[in-house]
Design a protein around this ligand. Structure first.
Ligand SMILES: C[S@@+](CC[C@H](N)C(=O)[O-])C[C@H]1O[C@@H](n2cnc3c(N)ncnc32)[C@H](O)[C@@H]1O
Length: 233
């Protein structure tokens, strides 16, 4: 049976999950960070409370908190049903059941929604989506992008979109981290090799790094990309 668990619009990860997914150190957390296709996670909210510097962008940030709330509820119900149909594809350790997962999403979304309107006014939630982000060259030290780029559901012509989106992330940030490296079926994306080659041919440094986070089985690695002229190694 084909797994379509990522074919839904929203997850909603927390700071703790981002730390593990992207192998973020205390020094990383102190950097100027872009969370690209951030959706309704609480990373920005939690980081702002700790005094850190994060801008989140997403195409859906032109909507009101009320509109987002009703879309989120529907999307979470749909995603949860798909995860329940494919429970064997996930590691139920950190989160022990689909019900606990739903609770975690709810908590993360509640934090995001409570912060969203104020964050928009402060310029912390910006309506922008790849492959054209509209930020300045190297405005950020670090750009993070989770659960989006290797997912064919979001962009049918994945090859060119992926290349363009990652190069755009490298334009706006000194370093880019992408997680997970799985495609829409939960398998290692066939685009990893072509993307790494494309980046190396365009003078970017690339590495794949194992991380502690693994919810989708096999999804325990991230890609780091940096311009070879930058000192981020
Ligand atoms: C799965 S969510 C990302 C979740 C979030 N990064 C996290 O880990 O909690 C995918 C996001 O991509 C955005 N999106 C969907 N289609 C897109 C497209 N074609 N171009 C850019 N963004 C898109 C959606 O608005 C959604 O917020």
């Amino acid at each position: 049976m084909e797994t379509r668990v990522e074919s839904i619009m929203l997850w909603g990860h927390s700071l703790d999950e981002y730390i593990q997914m992207f192998d973020l150190t205390e020094a990383d957390l102190s950097k100027s960070i872009l969370d690209c296709t951030a959706a309704a996670g609480s990373f920005n909210t939690e980081m702002t409370k700790k005094g850190h510097n994060v801008i989140s962008c997403d195409g859906m940030y032109d909507r009101s908190a009320d509109d987002l709330r009703s879309e989120l509820t529907q999307a979470h119900h749909k995603l949860l049903a798909e995860i329940k149909d494919n429970e064997h594809k996930f590691r139920w350790q950190r989160v022990q059941s689909p019900e606990a997962l739903a609770k975690a999403w709810e908590q993360s979304a509640d934090q995001f929604l409570a912060d969203y309107e104020a964050g928009r006014k402060e310029g912390r939630y910006v309506q922008a989506k790849p492959p054209q982000l509209g930020f300045k060259d190297h405005q950020f030290d670090l750009a993070l992008c989770s659960h989006f780029l290797f997912n064919k559901y979001f962009h049918k012509d994945i090859d060119q979109f992926l290349f363009d989106a990652v190069v755009e992330l490298c334009r706006v940030a000194h370093e880019v981290r992408i997680f997970p490296l799985l495609d829409v079926k939960g398998e290692i994306s066939k685009m990893i090799g072509p993307l790494m080659l494309h980046l190396q041919q365009n003078d970017y440094g690339v590495e794949i790094r194992e991380v502690k986070y693994e919810f989708q089985k096999g999804g325990n690695a991230m890609m780091r990309v940096w311009a070879n002229t930058c000192d981020v190694k």
